[in-house]
Design a protein around this ligand. Structure first.
Ligand SMILES: C[S@@+](CC[C@H](N)C(=O)[O-])C[C@H]1O[C@@H](n2cnc3c(N)ncnc32)[C@H](O)[C@@H]1O
Length: 271
């Protein structure tokens, strides 16, 4: 499955949680912001909706292919006049200092291989004093009801701990983002976790979203698993399997996203 398809399919599940996180930020009506690492632009549109018709959101991504999808989606929406997209690297943003009222970055800043602190400083550089930086990251899930040991072992594989990498300094783990924000001189720091959930009966969109989510989370059977776990993973997590877990009539799952935010005080704190 292509990255764009995975992101698109999982939108049905993630949309409401992302919406709650955006709402919690209380972005000012009419403000202008940046969605750094926007992918196919789903959050760019939700952010544009949050700041209203007088606001504007720029979606930036390294991937030309994902930006094509983002532009197409925007054109089909009622928000196309409020968003624009451009290619760029979050570690060297193509914007002047103090360009935006706020910056949002989901599942991008804080993710390997880039070091988080320089990225947070770069985000802060393009936000005006008094503006906000918000980074959101996938933080946990329970997708395999009835199989807690298999799920725990899957979570202990390199795919399961991603974007963290074994051997990395603990301070680089996404849930240590408050430390990066402190070091970058941001103030009024905040952290909050939002849960999304789903249960049977599932419509086709939800089913596809779960297939995509399981694939994004653990992917192919990991070599670190025992033969027995690999077989069980195939049996309950492959959509073609008669025992595919998502087909259960009592299926229930949840997942969480954690949001870290802070205020830019003035440009000198970013040096
Ligand atoms: C997991 S996706 C998240 C996309 C989107 N924020 C979402 O949550 O739906 C990570 C995105 O970050 C982008 N990305 C990775 N490194 C980047 C960089 N250095 N500069 C800009 N974008 C980057 C990828 O191309 C991808 O679209």
């Amino acid at each position: 499955m292509k990255d764009a398809d995975k992101l698109h399919m999982s939108d049905f599940l993630r949309g409401p949680v992302i919406g709650s996180a955006i709402q919690a930020l209380e972005l000012p009506q009419g403000s202008s912001g940046l969605d750094a690492g926007c992918g196919i632009g789903s959050h760019t549109l939700l952010l544009a909706n949050a700041v209203g018709p007088a606001g504007h959101v720029t979606g930036l991504d390294l991937s030309f292919e994902l930006l094509i999808h983002a532009k197409k989606r925007a054109r089909k929406s009622s928000l196309s006049a409020q968003v624009s997209f451009q290619k760029g690297d979050v570690s060297k943003l193509p914007f002047e200092d103090d360009t935006f009222d706020w910056v949002w970055s989901a599942d991008c800043v804080g993710y390997a291989p880039l070091e988080p602190l320089p990225l947070v400083k770069e985000l802060a550089r393009v936000v005006r004093p008094g503006g906000k930086i918000a980074i959101l990251g996938w933080s946990s899930q329970q997708l395999l009801p009835g199989y807690p040991q298999l799920e725990a072992r899957l979570n202990a594989t390199s795919a399961g701990i991603a974007p963290f990498v074994k051997g990395k300094m603990p301070e680089l783990h996404f849930l240590r983002a408050l430390g990066w924000f402190n070091e970058a001189g941001l103030q009024e720091l905040n952290a909050h976790t939002f849960a999304g959930e789903v249960h049977a009966p599932l419509n086709n969109d939800m089913r596809s979203a779960l297939i995509s989510l399981i694939d994004m989370r653990w992917g192919k059977p990991q070599p670190e698993l025992s033969e027995e776990d690999r077989e069980e993973y195939q049996r309950i997590c492959q959509p073609e399997s008669p025992d595919f877990i998502v087909n259960l009539s009592d299926y229930y799952a949840f997942f969480t996203y954690s949001l870290f935010s802070g205020k830019v005080v003035n440009s000198t704190t970013m040096d």
